[in-house]
Write a protein that binds this ligand. Structure first.
Ligand code: SF4
Length: 103
């Protein structure tokens, strides 16, 4: 199952990680990190494809070993190329262009 494209309607941000929101559900999940560039930590397998493809260096590794995930630390630097969405083998990433960027 891919990241829920309507997660903002189905969840609410329960906390923050730095400047990122963390969207959790009521099932004790790891949560979805970010707002415009989002990674579902319950789906991410930490293969690093998004880190490799991103031209804007948005992602940073978070955690160690099998728990390692791609954190969208600098989502504000995103150029909306959608490369990370395309390469993620688990469809764990959702990129949404914020209203203030849309033309
Ligand atoms: S959409 Fe492109 S620029 Fe934005 S985080 Fe994904 S790979 Fe990086």
């Amino acid at each position: 199952m891919p990241i829920d494209p309507d997660f903002q309607a189905h969840r609410h941000p329960e906390e923050s990680y730095g400047n990122l929101k963390v969207w959790r559900d009521n099932k004790g999940t790891l949560g979805i990190y970010g707002t415009s560039v989002t990674v579902d930590f319950d789906l991410c397998v930490g293969d690093g494809a998004c880190i490799d493809v991103c031209p804007a260096d948005v992602f940073e590794w978070h955690g160690e070993g099998a728990e390692r995930k791609a954190m969208p630390e600098r989502e504000r630097d995103c150029t909306y190329c959608f490369g990370c969405e395309a390469v993620c083998p688990k469809f764990a990433i959702r990129v949404t262009i914020p209203l203030q960027v849309k033309r």
